[in-house]
Write a protein that binds this ligand. Sequence first.
Ligand SMILES: [Fe+2]
Length: 331
Amino acid sequence: MKYIEKPKFIHNLWSVFEEDPNVYSLRTSKGYFEVNKDDAEIFLKFRGLCTGHHTQEEIARLSEIPREKISNIIQALDEIECLRVESNSKLLTEYDIYQKVKTACEMWSEQLEDTHLFNDILNGDHSIQVLKGFLLETYHYIKQFPGCIQAGRNSTDIQPLKEKLDIYYQQEVGHEVFILSCLKKLGFTEEEVTQSIPLVSTQSILNMIQNLFEKYPCSVALVARVIEADTYSEDIATEIRNALENNLNIERDILDGLIEHMAVDYSLGHAELIHELREFILFPDIDDVHYVLNSIHDIKHAFDVQKLEIINYYTHVGNYVPRQKVDFFGV
Ligand SMILES: [Fe+2]
């Protein structure tokens, strides 16, 4: 069944094309497409109504966009396979499912990288307070993430998968020291950092990840594809150091710990676990696949929320930096 009369689309992400502001770039699991600005902006005006609950006629009425314009745009999107199509899930092979899940993870990894707060910080878009906040949250995230892997490992009875997850755990545990070294250079003491707590959004990301790993231990490899570095080079390190000096007016070696961590994580190749653990990426039913994809999509959006919370919390006058725990004596 194709959602064309009551339109509904597959995951589609729109951004203004960097080289030409008159063109939008559209990314779906089917590829990259260029769309002219006018069509893209008209589409975005009515996209919110394309939930599969409204006919094209209703969408025209509710959005006050001519029916013919709507039909033309939907037809063009149909041509690039952007419409949602549901087939008999019983006919899907393990290969079909693996490929779809892998494509989604690659796409979300790209998006996370493109919209990452660290890029904006290096661009000079934020104050040094935001850099400090970003590092504090990254410290907590890196410190707790291995516990999530461990929870996944403890939830599977498949011995070879257990062993692979154990290796991933061993390779990641303790990496927060790389970030701690940067925080010390920025004036924090070790006690200040270790006794602080993460923002709610950071803790939520970790809770979401842990819940998913416990329910589907093989999803560790999928989430790793989304969050782990898939590129690193000495050029990237130099770009970071140059940006610190030129855009933030701080010493170029301040983030050497973070750069070293990038190099270490990249060399460990965890983004490749999705290939290495291929034989374990199996789901009993299509509903399990739906659940895992929706969870990973939510995790990606939780990072967007974290970005907003870091900017908000660490620039708001009067907030404790680092964030303090509330306990019995604190109330
Ligand atoms: Fe790491």
